[in-house]
Design a protein around this ligand. Structure first.
Ligand SMILES: NC(=O)c1ccc[n+]([C@@H]2O[C@H](COP(=O)([O-])OP(=O)(O)OC[C@H]3O[C@@H](n4cnc5c(N)ncnc54)[C@H](O)[C@@H]3O)[C@@H](O)[C@H]2O)c1
Length: 250
């Protein structure tokens, strides 16, 4: 068990990639707090983890707002008795042509995908500094590196997510806090449901560019997420671990 007795918060774990990481961490011995804007989703994840005999709690949070993030941190610390690992996976990805993005939609994407990392990372790091160290993982994207049509706000947020990770490293390494980016490629989750007509269109467009010949599944992200959280990566910080089937290699 590579995360035995580690105490973790995973935002966005009410669905998709965050949920898969939460389950993977619990199976590696961690105690997990599932934090999500959807309490229903968070409770579903926590229930399925408990059904396997592991420990999980659900908390509701909107990562765009400092008061909610601080409340999440307070509740999680009370329930966990500490915090070793913070995974920030909450995110949104509306599909809108650049000319049609409203100011409201721009703010919602940037606040969720980028400001959320600032607020959660700062709250976690303040605790970890006092506690003597910890690990933060920001779930970014292959779209931290390249753009795609109709998602300028998303790619801007994910490019920023990659750079906030590096900025945090420079300021926080001295406190024994490691921060890395986990960058998924196209992954079959409710964010990108590939069984809908729109999803299938995206799938067909992207498939020729994935050398491994398939899109990702949420479970494909777990190995890298466990590695980055565990002592196996004790000298890894500021890295971007791409889990994209080779998409960016082409
Ligand atoms: N699915 C993909 O193809 C893909 C590819 C690259 C990166 N990602 C990134 O992976 C992460 C997880 O995405 P996913 O595919 O699992 O999506 P998902 O929609 O399945 O899960 C995202 C979760 O985040 C939660 N969330 C959204 N806004 C929130 C907020 N303001 N506060 C708290 N929780 C909030 C949602 O309720 C949901 O449970 C995101 O950051 C996404 O950008 C996904």
């Amino acid at each position: 068990m590579r995360l035995k007795s580690r105490k973790c918060i995973i935002t966005g774990a009410g669905s998709g990639i965050g949920r898969a990481i939460a389950k993977g961490y619990a199976r590696e011995g961690a105690t997990v707090v599932i934090a999500d804007a959807s309490l229903r989703g968070a409770e579903e994840t926590a229930t399925s983890i408990r059904a396997e005999g592991f420990i999980a709690e659900a908390i509701t949070v909107d990562v765009r707002f400092r008061d909610q993030v601080e409340h999440m941190m307070f509740c999680a610390l009370e329930r966990l008795g500490g915090l070793d690992i913070m995974v920030c996976a909450a995110g949104i990805s509306p599909v809108t042509h650049f000319l049609d993005i409203s100011e409201e939609e721009w703010d919602r994407v940037i606040d969720t995908n980028l400001k959320g990392l600032f607020l959660c990372g700062q709250a976690a790091a303040r605790h970890m500094k006092t506690a003597g160290g910890g690990v933060i993982i920001n779930v970014t994207s292959q779209l931290s590196e390249v753009a795609q049509p109709k998602c300028t706000h998303y790619v801007a947020s994910k490019g920023g997510a990659k750079m906030i990770t590096k900025g945090m490293v420079v300021d926080l390494a001295q406190y024994n806090i490691r921060i890395n980016s986990l960058a998924p490629g196209l992954t079959n989750t409710p964010m990108n449901p590939l069984d809908t007509p729109e999803g299938m269109a995206e799938y067909v467009k992207v498939m020729p560019h994935i050398p491994m010949g398939r899109v990702g599944q949420p479970e494909d992200m777990v190995g890298a997420a466990v590695f980055l959280a565990s002592d196996e990566s004790s000298y890894v910080t500021g890295a971007t671990v791409l889990v994209d089937g080779g998409y960016l290699a082409l």
